[in-house]
Write a new protein. Structure first.
Length: 355
């Protein structure tokens, strides 16, 4: 019996981990530390897993990426939860130390762990099997303390009192890792963390942290102001779903569109059939007015296509057309979608075909 749905998602550019947790029975979910550029990805995953997003949770006001909280609120009607002490605007659920965040029959406890910033939170699952530590405790490291009201002595106490007091078996999931390490445990960090593990005392920790010599995050001038508004920026507006058609974005990263909409709007879109000629003229037929460009020929015929015109790609079942849509998007076409289910689905919905 699965007691929780859990996914660890990653943003390669900023090294950010986003965490999805959900009650498998009541289908209620939370997302911890979402990234703006992946808001549509995360929304697609929720839809495909049949989950309702209740809250986005921020471990702190990030300096290296813009949160997807505002965008996900627009996409899913979720609420934004963040430390009250962060003083950000747009928070639906201001959190204080000890507050509980309920999703179905499960809950997370918010533990204040300041030091990296003064508004850092660690989220601990109700059975203490998982802790989401943000940038307070990293895998074999700890969050820098040289900006955003950081303080090494405060961080030392936060880790020792709020994280290292958890069971040794509790798994540690940080907000960032830049070399692909997915998780650790309280026991491991107590023993092996070079900054605060083994017998390190406060003087050792402070001396280490005050001599890191790290450059400021590249995105800090964009990220911090945006995250003080829970992710609302002009970039967030621009990242919203396409408006040219009711496109569905999948977790696989494909824009898909339903056959009925295409049938009702054939005069406004260019349909490109990427099957072979014998399929185009075969038993499944083809969509009236569609252009046959077999997938192996698509690259060499890109110049014949209008980049400003809406394009729908189609094949037998949606596989080759998904690849074609991806190829077109990489080539700079912005209004592209693959026909969901291809000609098999078109037939299944009893839409007209030419033979």
């Amino acid at each position: 019996m699965i007691s929780i749905v859990f996914r660890q998602l990653h943003d390669l550019r900023s090294g950010t981990y986003t965490y999805l947790l959900a009650d498998p029975t009541m289908r209620q979910a939370v997302l911890i530390d979402p990234v703006l550029e992946h808001a549509r990805r995360d929304s697609a995953l929720l839809r495909e897993l049949d989950l309702k997003l209740e809250f986005t949770l921020e471990t702190h006001v990030h300096a290296d990426h813009v949160t997807g909280a505002w965008m996900l609120k627009r996409l899913t009607s979720s609420q934004i939860a963040l430390a009250a002490k962060s003083n950000a605007t747009g928070i639906d659920l201001p959190l204080n130390h000890g507050d509980k965040i309920q999703f179905g029959s499960r809950q997370l406890e918010a533990r204040a762990t300041p030091g990296h910033t003064d508004g850092c939170m660690t989220y601990v699952l109700d059975d203490k099997s998982m802790a989401f530590t943000g940038d307070a405790l990293l895998i074999r490291g700890a969050g820098r303390t040289d900006f955003q009201h950081g303080d090494a002595r405060t961080l030392f106490r936060s880790i020792k009192e709020q994280i290292f007091t958890l069971p040794d078996e509790c798994l540690i999931y940080p907000a960032h890792n830049y070399v692909g390490l997915p998780c650790s445990s309280v026991r491991e960090e107590k023993q092996f963390n070079p900054r605060i593990g083994y017998a390190r005392d406060e003087r050792d920790f402070v001396g280490y942290m005050e001599n890191l010599g790290l450059p400021h995050p590249k995105q800090i001038d964009i990220a911090v102001p945006a995250n003080m508004k829970c992710g609302y920026t002009e970039f967030a507006e621009a990242a919203q779903a396409p408006t040219w058609a009711p496109v569905t974005y999948t977790y696989a990263g494909i824009n898909e569109i339903e056959p009925v909409w295409v049938a009702e709007n054939l005069s406004d879109v260019r349909v490109i059939d990427v099957r072979e000629l014998n399929e185009y003229t075969g038993e499944l037929g083809h969509i009236a007015g569609s252009n046959l460009i077999p997938l192996p020929q698509l690259n060499e015929r890109l110049k014949s296509l209008d980049k400003d015109a809406p394009i729908v790609t189609v094949c037998r079942s949606g596989g080759r057309s998904a690849q074609a849509a991806t190829l077109l998007q990489k080539a700079g076409f912005t209004k592209v979608a693959s026909l969901f289910g291809g000609m098999l689905n078109w037939h299944g919905q009893h839409l007209p075909v030419n033979r």
